[in-house]
Design a binder for this molecule. Structure first.
Ligand SMILES: *[C@@H]1O[C@H](CO)[C@@H](O)[C@H](O)[C@H]1NC(C)=O
Ligand SMILES: *[C@@H]1O[C@H](CO)[C@@H](O)[C@H](O)[C@H]1NC(C)=O
Ligand SMILES: *[C@@H]1O[C@H](CO)[C@@H](O)[C@H](O)[C@H]1NC(C)=O
Ligand SMILES: *[C@@H]1O[C@H](CO)[C@@H](O)[C@H](O)[C@H]1NC(C)=O
Length: 529
């Protein structure tokens, strides 16, 4: 759930100021333990490792990663009063270190992916580190740690996952990097999804320990949006219809086709989903044939109603609890269904809200998440908010970040099908409200919405490829980014290069020139929703 091509590109685009005396193998074996307040180091081990190749591991990496020779450092630590063991791993390139430390984040229930995300970073010259936060590196892991033996919430581990591990990782990683190279690194965070949420935790709670923070598709408002992710399932349950995802995606495709040219280019990208929602009437496509992913059929009235409600979002008893899916977002994850042995199609809740509701909100693993209706959803939504202190991670007071001089770059895919971008936009607006206006906030926090891009830019959508490079230029050269470059991965069937504009601007085709050239676009004021 995390695209790393920005790191791979970085290795060729940023120079490596080389060290006069590259660190020795001997130094690697004798690195001192770092000091971390409120944590106790249990073990530290380190050894140099020859260059190696890490095979692709979707959905985290999609191509092999060539890792140079490194010094590998493993640290385990515990927090006094809490019987936990968290692991931190730090990879230090033996050659061509670029002077920077990069902490890399996780996805879903995973706090960090170790080699899968450290690999591309060290290949690009960074000293790179991640942590498991003391919880398993398995995305389906809550059953093994959510509750203690007495059936009570494991608040300590949830705190590690929520925030504390971000601090431990940065302090340990920076100290080890400095011990090894005898030079203070410039320190960065990079993560998407859970990793983006961890980035905003860094911005809100530990801004002083980083110089730059890159957060993609941040999983902020976790207690809210995760429960609201069940809305598509509830819509189908309430209506008693469970259309195949291809039929739902056919309705989405019809809307995208209808609105495609509003931004001046016919390319399958709807730049302003809100504007589209105001002009497209889904009822007009009832009866149309579709042929998606090898499945053929006709769009039925039931599927159209389901998609319209998913776009509207959970409005229950007159209260809008959360946002609806932006037009363009695929239905296959949150509105997934499964066919039983008897041929009956039923709902299939996404594993993140399924485990969140069972293990944390209800503390009852037998709770039938697929049975809930809209009344139950509303109750769960309100109950889930009791976790706001730990996992909302959307404090708009960024005065510490501002004072620290640390730069925050946030981006979100405009067709994110798992975490809708409207939540991040709302956070940005709340920060503007709390911190005194757009221009003021732009001095330390810049936000970019990437049109048509799905969750963390996986697959065939034109995701930002120079976000980290842009952040580094901002931090180290004082040049803040006004645009980013969106680019599909090389394996995408259609290659797209697109301009990504700083919020609240949106890209518009100039009506002339190559549609794959950035110069053919300008950033303009968007239409009011
Ligand atoms: C670090 O931990 C990994 C995973 O357990 C292990 O494979 C590796 O050998 C360890 N490296 C060192 C230097 O201890
Ligand atoms: C701490 O955890 C270990 C297992 O990781 C367990 O064996 C031990 O009993 C625990 N100690 C306490 C005091 O809970
Ligand atoms: C549907 O699409 C498949 C390829 O995805 C194609 O083989 C098939 O002929 C199409 N069916 C129709 C009716 O166009
Ligand atoms: C949808 O559910 C099926 C099981 O019925 C599963 O194989 C598939 O991976 C799921 N799709 C997505 C996008 O999660």
């Amino acid at each position: 759930m995390k695209l790393l091509n920005s790191l791979i590109l970085l290795s060729t685009s940023l120079s490596h100021p080389s060290l006069a005396h590259p660190p020795s193998h001997h130094l690697c074996a004798t690195l001192p333990s770092p000091l971390i307040s409120n944590a106790r180091i249990l073990t530290i081990s380190s050894a140099s490792k020859p260059a190696t190749l890490i095979p692709p591991s979707p959905p985290i990496t999609f191509s092999p990663i060539s890792v140079p020779s490194i010094c590998e450092v493993n640290i385990t630590l515990t927090h006094p009063g809490l019987n936990d063991t968290a692991t931190i791993q730090i990879w230090l390139p033996l050659q061509n270190w670029n002077g920077r430390f990069l902490a890399v984040g996780g996805s879903a229930w995973v706090a960090g992916h170790f080699g899968l995300t450290q690999g591309p970073a060290v290949a690009a010259g960074f000293a790179a580190a991640s942590t498991d936060a003391g919880v398993p590196t398995n995305p389906f892991s809550p059953p093994s740690w959510a509750l203690d033996e007495a059936g009570e919430l494991n608040v300590g581990l949830l705190t590690n996952f929520a925030s504390r591990s971000v601090y431990d990782l940065a302090i340990a990683g920076k100290a080890i990097t400095e011990s090894f190279y005898k030079r203070k690194p410039v320190a960065y965070w990079n993560g998407c999804s859970t990793g983006g949420r961890q980035g905003l935790v860094a911005a809100q709670q530990y801004p002083e320990v980083f110089d730059g923070i890159l957060a993609g598709a941040p999983a902020i408002y976790w207690p809210e949006y995760v429960v609201a992710e069940l809305w598509p399932q509830v819509v189908m349950k309430d209506a008693g219809v469970f259309p195949p995802v291809e039929e739902l995606d056919a309705v989405v495709a019809a809307a995208v086709a209808f609105c495609d040219e509003l931004d001046g280019v016919r390319d399958g990208i709807v730049t302003e989903p809100n504007v589209c929602a105001g002009s497209f009437d889904a009822r007009a496509v009832i009866g149309q044939s579709y042929n998606i992913s090898g499945k053929e059929g006709k769009i039925g009235a039931g599927a159209v109603d389901v998609v319209r409600k998913i776009w509207q979002g959970p409005n229950i008893d007159g209260q809008q609890l959360w946002y609806g899916a932006p037009i363009g977002a695929a239905m296959d994850i949150l509105a997934n269904t499964t066919v039983s042995n008897h041929g009956k199609r039923t709902g299939l809740p996404f594993f993140v809200p399924d485990t969140w509701v069972k293990w944390f909100v209800q503390k009852d693993p037998t709770y039938a998440v697929s049975d809930i209706d809209s009344k139950a959803l509303k109750k769960l939504f309100l109950k889930s908010q009791s976790f706001d202190d730990l996992l909302n991670n959307a404090n708009p007071d960024l005065s510490r970040l501002q004072r620290s001089g640390t730069k925050l770059l946030v981006w979100h895919g405009g067709a994110d099908q798992i975490i809708y971008s409207q939540g991040t936009t709302q956070y940005r607006q709340r920060v503007e409200g709390a911190m005194g206006g757009v221009d003021h906030v732009d001095e330390y926090f810049r936000y970019f919405i990437a049109p048509g891009v799905n969750h963390c830019g996986v697959g065939t959508t034109p995701a930002p490829v120079n976000a980290l490079e842009s952040l580094i230029k901002w931090v180290e050269k004082g040049v803040p980014p006004s645009t980013l470059t969106g680019q599909t991965s090389s394996s995408a069937p259609v290659q797209l290069t697109r301009l990504i504009c700083k919020y609240p601007l949106v890209p518009k085709y100039r009506q002339t020139g190559d549609t794959n050239s950035l110069a053919s676009y300008e950033c303009v004021k968007g239409s009011p929703p």
